[in-house]
Design a protein around this ligand. Structure first.
Ligand code: IMP
Ligand code: MG
Length: 182
């Protein structure tokens, strides 16, 4: 059996072992904070599903899950903040302890929009879990309640994150040496 082709040759920012260790820590933290409750995890499609799948398997408390599909207008690398909902929630979040799971917080526009939409549906609490945080790019001053890694201003792919729908399957978080303009 030959080695799988080394594809693509993008530099690694966070390797899969480092990500796995941090995801376990986040799950432990959330399990502690939500002890005795059953949080409702809302994954933002498509970027967050790999992260979410790993995170929930390390929770020591019960949870329920749902997904919200969103698409930003314009090129994928640029967040205009104008977000279109492509898949609505299946279940009501009224009275629930909601945790929004995002792959990455960049300008903060997407989360700011989601926060407004979801808060209007009466959750008991609403918190944000972001695997990655590009804090230096923030335009709207939103802060995630749980952060995996703070990263520099590079365009990252892998572990669910894409560029133009590519690279989501890569187990490490890698970056594009020539960033798309944003
Ligand atoms: P924000 O609205 O600027 O905070 O952007 C958040 C969204 O932009 C994320 O959910 C991603 O879909 C996308 N995004 C921002 N930075 C990156 C990146 O470095 N790689 C892949 N997607 C990104
Ligand atoms: Mg994207």
């Amino acid at each position: 059996m030959g080695e799988p082709a080394a594809e693509p040759e993008l530099p690694v920012l966070l390797d899969s072992a480092k990500i796995a260790a941090r995801v376990r820590e986040l799950a432990a933290e959330i399990s502690r904070d939500y002890q005795g409750r059953t949080p409702h995890l809302v994954g933002v499609l498509k970027g967050a599903w790999v992260f979410m799948a790993d995170l929930i398997r390390h929770l020591s408390i019960p949870c329920t899950v749902d997904f919200l599909g969103i698409a930003s207008y314009g090129a994928d690398a640029i967040s205009s903040g104008e977000v279109k909902i492509t898949k609505d929630l299946d279940a009501s979040i009224d009275g629930r302890d909601v945790l929004i799971l995002e792959d990455i917080l960049d300008t903060g526009r997407t989360f700011h929009y989601l926060q407004g939409v979801l808060a209007a549906h009466g959750p008991r609490s609403l918190k944000l879990v972001a695997l990655l945080d590009k804090r230096s790019r923030r335009v709207i001053p939103v802060q995630p309640d749980y952060v995996g890694f703070e990263i520099p201003d590079v365009f990252v792919v892998g572990y669910g994150l894409d560029f133009d729908q590519k690279f989501r399957h890569l187990p490490d978080v890698r970056y594009l040496p020539k960033p798309p303009s944003h």
